[in-house]
Design a protein around this ligand. Structure first.
Ligand code: GLA
Length: 374
């Protein structure tokens, strides 16, 4: 029997064979994209502590940049007033340095994973603007200052916008006022004048929220606030955002003269949750019940759809390679993803639960090698 293969198919099979055989020609994401942007991955404690040997091998072989899944969040490094604990954060940064990986800081000011005491006095009432500004300054300058010159880029403020593009009524905004954002950037810049400083958010591909972010970035720049980039988190679905939306979004921010990074990429394949378009962690937690359509594995045709989706979205990133600074996957293997919650098995990343590259991995490598790309 003669099998006719399209050139695309042939490349796919050759690449997959190389991987499965574990031969020396195994492609690497960081190599495939070396002339385009950094290829990053979020790492957890078991990975930067060296306990997850399989994850460790994948990180070192495939990526040239890391983000801390949780190790640098406020609750992790500054759990009590006046108490800083840098045990994990130090290990995270050392792991990056000893493996020659660019090290990202995530995140300084957010409305989640921030202890209640931050906003409250001893009577449990909200503190004043001045007190909260002082706590924020102390936190930012202590954390950024500790890793000065070692952390390349900080997500200074995370998720400040609501879906309508207005500022989210977080405790930060309620207590300090709208200028908490510029203050956070100023404090971070003072602590490390050479660090890249990012505003990071989800769903900026949606029009109202994107317009809000554009207005925010314009205002910050007009006021001389030292912002270098916008992070599109990239918690995607199979049908959202469209490639056109992603393309326009990156263009819109690039036009403002800021860098763009895809900071937390994953693609949720569990169809039962496709209604939920937000990456808000509370909203996701409420909607997952019963959303476990692929608990016994991902059907082959869905694997292929996911591979195609990854290829399409990376083609957009490549078109904007001049503006895009890095693309970071939010987790190493499917087993590590936050999109698995009790009763919900998900498959959003490029490596499967056994650490094997998925068809989506091959598709991403192939997107970089597409001879038609400019
Ligand atoms: C947000 C945060 C990330 C992570 C994810 C999911 O996107 O920025 O740090 O917590 O939610 O958990």
């Amino acid at each position: 029997m003669k099998i006719h293969l399209s050139p695309t198919r042939t490349v796919l099979i050759v690449l997959t064979a190389g991987l499965v055989g574990g031969c020396a020609t195994r492609p690497a994401l960081k190599k495939a994209y070396q002339n385009d942007f950094l290829m990053g991955v979020a790492v957890n404690q078991a990975q930067f502590n060296g306990e997850d040997r399989r994850g460790d091998r994948i990180i070192k072989a495939q990526f040239n940049c890391i983000s801390p899944e949780n190790a640098l969040k406020w609750a992790s490094v500054h759990p009590e007033p006046g108490v800083y604990d840098f045990t994990n954060a130090d290990r995270y940064v050392a792991f990056g340095e000893s493996n020659h990986l660019a090290v990202i800081g995530h995140t300084l000011v957010w409305n989640h994973q921030t202890p209640r005491w931050v906003y409250r006095d001893t009577n449990d009432d909200f503190v004043t603007r001045d007190v909260l500004l002082e706590r924020m300054r102390d936190h930012i300058q202590t954390v950024v200052g500790r890793y000065k010159g070692r952390i390349k880029s900080w997500d200074v403020v995370n998720e400040a916008l609501a879906e309508d593009g207005k500022l989210r009524r977080s405790n930060w905004e309620k207590i300090i006022g709208d200028d908490y954002i510029e203050k956070a950037f100023q404090y971070a810049h003072e602590a490390d004048p050479n660090a890249e400083l990012y505003y990071n958010d989800f769903s900026l591909e949606d029009e109202p929220k994107r317009q809000g972010a554009i207005a925010l970035i314009k205002k910050l720049k007009a006021d001389g606030v030292p912002i270098t980039g916008v992070g599109l988190q990239g918690h995607m679905k199979m049908d959202w955002p469209t490639v056109e939306q992603e393309d326009e979004t990156i263009s819109d921010f690039a036009k403002l003269g800021v860098k763009v990074s895809i900071t937390e990429l994953d693609i949720d394949v569990v169809r039962a949750t496709q209604e939920n378009r937000t990456a808000d962690i509370e909203a996701n937690a409420q909607q997952v019940a019963g959303a476990n359509s692929y608990s016994h594995g991902l059907p082959a045709e869905v694997q292929e759809d996911l591979a195609k989706r990854y290829a399409d979205i990376f083609a957009v990133f490549l078109e904007h390679r001049d503006a895009v600074e890095r693309v970071t996957l939010w987790g190493v293997t499917d087993a590590d993803s936050w999109l698995n919650t009790p009763g919900r098995v998900n498959y959003p990343l490029l490596f499967d639960r056994n650490g094997r590259p998925k068809p989506a991995f091959t598709a991403v490598i192939q997107a970089a090698q597409n001879p038609d790309r400019e």
